[in-house]
Design a protein around this ligand. Structure first.
Ligand code: HOZ
Length: 428
């Protein structure tokens, strides 16, 4: 374990800011919206994080999704140790990458072929390029408040850190790039129909988070995903499900399985790497066969399919594959938390909109249901920020933004959930 230090989080942040922009290597880690200094962590086990001063926290972020088994799962760590003794990287084919690819295909029936990359951003940008290369069309539709990583075409009306920091326009993204990005409100099928009518024959792809997680957690309206599938079929548009958050988390087969809707391409990240940097995109053989070296759509990466990363991903997915009952457990935990939080907020007289599906949940301080970006951004952010600090003070680590989903792990117990609910009752 890292030695504990008496250096304050503030002093560490000041030191960090001298070398790292804003002191963080990804903006969502900064406490930009909630205020105060990010916590510097030293170790973690199960559902518990330990900061550099030895203070413990119940983790409701789980590294923004990957740690679905909880931290430092013995089987993951043992397998990583064994791999470390063999080699760290080859930049050449390994058995480990075949094993992970085969396991993904077994869990997600829509995946005929899959390409491993190192992040969700890479997965989404490559899937979009592939859809464009396959269809010969340039434009694509994304949904307002959805986030598909930080590649240029996606940073238009995006959620996650852009929503948290109120970034409307990203300098450096050319008008030429942005003009091919068409944006519709989530959960509004007529907006998609109208957009497709307006740009008939020009749209290569529709990409969306089938359960949104970057403006808080927002499930799709009944029939919405099915209607989008139909539009794509009618107009030869490639349907891309961004399951970076939801893949292997909400069901073994992700939202495709839950909603019985098959996407043409699907992107993964987070859980697929079990805490190491892995992303992937896959789907129909006919489309995936256009990827180099089979086809001309070029896509590459020095550390793609890295054996350490494949190992962590394979052990994590194997557990989920071999224990389908884990998903019922995660749903039990999520439901217990959602119902308990609702009761706690009712008890203290604060109106909230709680959205929960399986192990994704979020609390918006809103008088109206939160179904899209407009309702999410209408919520009371300053109350969320106070709630965040109240929970943090009592050892509960929430995402430092009202626009981020919470991610639950299999290590959370009923006792942890009761503690979170009890602590919420003390909020004022
Ligand atoms: N995708 C996560 C935020 N919604 C975390 C990745 C990041 O650091 O931006």
């Amino acid at each position: 374990m890292m030695p504990l230090t008496s250096t304050s989080h503030r002093a560490l942040m000041e030191r960090s800011m001298k070398s790292i922009p804003g002191g963080v290597n990804s903006p969502v880690r900064a406490f930009g919206s909630v205020g105060g200094d990010p916590i510097f962590f030293a170790s973690a086990q199960g559902a518990t994080l330990v900061d550099v001063h030895g203070k413990e926290y119940i983790d409701l972020i789980n590294s923004w999704g990957p740690m679905i088994l909880g931290h430092n799962h013995t089987d993951v760590i043992d397998a990583l140790r064994e791999q470390l003794d063999r080699a760290v990287s080859f930049g050449a084919p390994t058995v480990q990458e075949i094993e992970l690819a085969e396991l993904v295909r077994a869990m997600v029936p829509s995946v005929d072929l899959i390409r491993m990359v190192s992040s969700g951003t890479e997965a989404c940008m490559s899937a979009l390029r592939l859809a464009r290369g396959y269809t010969g069309k340039n434009k694509f539709i994304k949904m307002e408040g959805h986030y598909h990583g930080h590649a240029d075409p996606f940073l238009v009306k995006a959620g996650s850190g852009l929503a948290t920091f109120g970034i409307q326009h990203v300098p450096g993204i050319t008008e030429g790039t942005a003009q091919d990005t068409l944006v519709c409100p989530f959960n509004d099928i007529s907006a998609v129909e109208n957009m497709c009518d307006k740009h008939q024959g020009e749209i290569a792809a529709i990409i969306l988070e089938p359960v949104a997680g970057n403006m808080g957690c927002i499930p799709p309206a009944a029939g919405y995903l099915q209607a989008i599938r139909q539009i794509c079929d009618d107009q030869d548009i490639v349907l891309i499900f961004d399951e970076v958050m939801t893949g292997f988390r909400l069901a073994a087969g992700g939202v495709q399985e839950l909603a019985s809707v098959t996407a043409d391409l699907v992107t993964f990240g987070k859980v697929i790497g079990g805490g190491l940097p892995v992303g992937a995109f896959g789907g129909k053989r006919e489309i995936m066969s256009h990827i180099a070296p089979l086809g001309q759509v070029y896509q590459a990466g020095t550390l793609s399919g890295n054996p350490l990363a494949m190992t962590a991903g394979h052990v994590t997915l194997s557990h989920l594959h071999e224990h389908p009952e884990y998903y019922a457990r995660l749903e039990h935990t999520g439901k217990r938390l959602a119902e308990g939080l609702q009761q706690a907020f009712d008890h203290i007289g604060i109106t909230v909109a709680i959205n929960q599906l399986g192990s994704m949940i979020s609390v918006h301080f809103s008088e109206v249901p939160v179904t899209d970006f407009s309702s999410a951004s209408g919520s009371d952010i300053s109350t969320f920020n106070r709630y965040f600090h109240h929970m943090l003070e009592h050892g509960i680590y929430l995402p430092p933004s009202a626009y981020e989903s919470w991610f639950l792990s299999l290590s959370l117990t009923d006792e942890h959930i009761d503690h979170i609910i009890h602590t919420t009752k003390k909020f004022s």
